[in-house]
Design a protein around this ligand. Structure first.
Ligand code: GLU
Length: 330
């Protein structure tokens, strides 16, 4: 008899699909591209996933389910993430506002590879472009980089791209350096403190543990970037702004304010990702924004009204627009 029932059940299941598990959503996996494991993007991506999974768990209790399962692996950074979203390998990613702009407009590094389907979702924290010199390297200004070992960053990272833009604006070429290395964000501070490189560049939120390791841990110094060249970059480009890292605030060994230019970290996706998924991800973040803000000190000042417009140059994703309109923010 028992056997008969189970046979009947499987015939029934075949005939009507699987009647015993009928979620409103089938499970959908999303991947968020981040940056190096010691950066802030990695915290952004994993914090978004945490909120998505929290909403899924709470939704199950209330009977309103979404089946999104989220992962946020470490990656090469901004331009890598945008490229993988374009390929459909990632659904979301964190990217600097300058590279969001260039990808959607087909300019700079994205010339001839315009990604029209790139969509903005929201912006997160400001990211100053930080040039840091090794203690004893004698580097106090951009011109002092001549003849030194400079880490220009791994291809695909935001800082590599922004470094190339700055080098071009400054009329500096790789051959002006003794050597240009391509270490990742998580390798470069160790190399700086070990004396293997003289200077590093990192576009990253403040504070950041690896910058702290350089400034406080091995006596490195910020190099100001506030000459006429940077002023022109800021004046000519909507995605740049001047930034100040005040001394005695984030890094206790920092001597004097660091003045430089910077970008916004932004959360991006593709028009190919469904409105439903983007709507749920955005809802999970904004409904839990107070919890989200506690996950990294760089998130302390996040404000929804700013997050839905600052640093965004690609069109907003329709799924995000739906949520922002419901909140009365648009
Ligand atoms: N801005 C860097 C990039 O685009 C990443 C910074 C971070 O990981 O927080 O590659």
């Amino acid at each position: 008899m028992k056997k008969f029932i189970s046979v009947m059940a499987s015939i029934l299941a075949l005939a009507v699909g699987t009647p015993f598990t009928s979620p409103a959503w089938s499970t959908e996996f999303i991947s968020i591209g981040t940056g190096g494991p010691t950066g802030v993007y990695f915290v952004v991506g994993n914090s978004v996933c945490r909120m998505v999974h929290k909403e899924a768990a709470e939704g199950r209790k209330k009977g309103r389910k979404h089946g999104i399962r989220c992962a946020a692996p470490s990656t090469g950074g901004s331009n890598y993430n945008i490229g993988q979203i374009k390929e459909g390998e990632l659904q979301f990613g964190v990217a600097q506002s300058d590279w969001q702009f260039h990808a959607v407009n087909g300019s700079s590094k994205w010339e001839g590879k315009k990604f029209s389907n790139l969509r903005a979702v929201f912006s997160v924290h400001p990211e100053p472009f930080q040039l840091i010199a090794r203690k004893g390297s004698g580097i106090n200004s951009w011109d002092d980089l001549k003849g030194k070992v400079v880490n220009i960053g791994n291809p695909g990272s935001g800082q590599r791209g922004t470094m190339e833009v700055l080098m071009k604006a400054r009329g500096t070429s790789i051959s002006d350096f003794k050597q240009a290395t391509e270490l990742t964000s998580s390798e470069q501070v160790g190399a700086l403190c070990d004396g293997k490189v003289d200077a590093i560049a990192y576009t990253v939120g403040v504070p950041n543990g690896s910058i702290g390791q350089a400034i406080d841990g091995c006596g490195a110094n910020f190099v100001n970037l506030d000459s006429g060249v940077e002023k022109k970059l800021v004046n000519d480009n909507p995605f740049y702004a001047f930034a100040n890292i005040p001394s005695g605030t984030f890094y206790k060994e920092q001597k004097g304010d660091a003045v430089t230019f910077g970008v916004m970290a932004t959360f991006v996706s593709s028009a190919d990702v469904s409105n439903e998924v983007v709507y749920e991800v955005v809802g999970a973040v904004f409904e839990n924004l107070d919890d989200f803000k506690k996950l990294h000190p760089a998130f302390t000042n996040l404000d929804p009204k700013q997050m839905i417009k600052n640093g965004l140059s690609a069109p907003l994703h329709d799924g995000a627009v739906k949520y922002y309109k419901e909140q009365g923010w648009m």
